[in-house]
Write a new protein. Sequence first.
Length: 400
Amino acid sequence: MGYGLIVDGAKSTTDHSSIKATVLFTAFEPSGDAHAAPVIAALKAMAPEIEIVAWGGPQMERAGATMIERTADDGSMGLSALSKISSVRKTQAAIRQWALARRVNVHVPVDSPAANFAIAKFMKSRGVRVCHLVAPQLWAWGPWRLNKLRRCTDLVLCLLPFEQEWFRSRRVPAKFIGHPVINRILDQEQMEAQAKELPKGSPKVLLLPGSRSSEVKRNLPLLLKVFSDIQHNHRRAIAIMVTANDSLARLVRERMPTLPPGVLLMTGKLDAAISWSEIALCVSGTVSLDLLRQAKPMVGMYRTGLLSVLGGNIMLSMPNRLLPNILAGKRVVPEFVPCLGRAGPISAAVEELLVDQSRLRETANALRALLPAFHGKRPDIEAAEAIIAFVSGRSPMDNK
């Protein structure tokens, strides 16, 4: 059922299906593709008269967006992103040229502030309402960018509970909508059935090498070295490595044609693999929230170079960098973010958890205690409602 939109605040209360409102999504990484897709699906269901156009990824296209260019199939972080600057600038120019030829009602930049801020600034200059999906992590680093954000947004849709107040207290309109990874229903029956098909052994270790090719390249040897250390102490240890997509699985095979004994490579069935495991080793990122969703004990890591480690220690303003620890406001799971790649300290942290079942239970309970802050949120629906409000000329802040 449509919302009977009043496009651009026109006074008529009749349905303006014949006047196509256009919403533009721009995403530059796989995580942005994943965040945007359920919002696009909700928009298609709630207001089918809206035309949704995107620069983004395959999930956004499957959700119903008209894809202009695929820009979110892979991503980079830190210094490795330098090679993508030229490509991003070309995309920014293409989006500006496209927008000059047609009317856009709402622009939804999805994460990736380095790429999206310039596009949002251009859209604002043309009178387009800008609704950021995923708050830029200015609370972690780069708070000086707040002035830039104020100039290029009408609303920031926040996925983490503390972000709403953080941005509002700094005069940036913000609304907490929940997180699509946390606020989703798990199919327990299917998950448990799939988990039963996975290998036997103990301890059961889940290896998560990252969602970007650059992350996999840097962290794969470190993950496997830590698991080797686990096997040294626990002869029956078994591991499953889950990649985010087939292309990353191929990359793992290219880098490691023969996986070490006891390691199974798998794509998909992440929830089942989490349920199966006793502990996870994860490259820092959104996947740590998949683990949090099931209160799974984890050790986080992010291998990078010396300059990035030194720069991170200077620029990152928070003592914790792994998302569950950020949410807790303290260290509830071990993290090595960033790190230079020494396996010893990481292996020791894993061993401390594995040899003490009470520590594993305490860690699981500490993670479980973070979930109530997300209860009752519907991120796809709440984001779609905010976008529809902008299309209709209303303020999404009317329903806080």
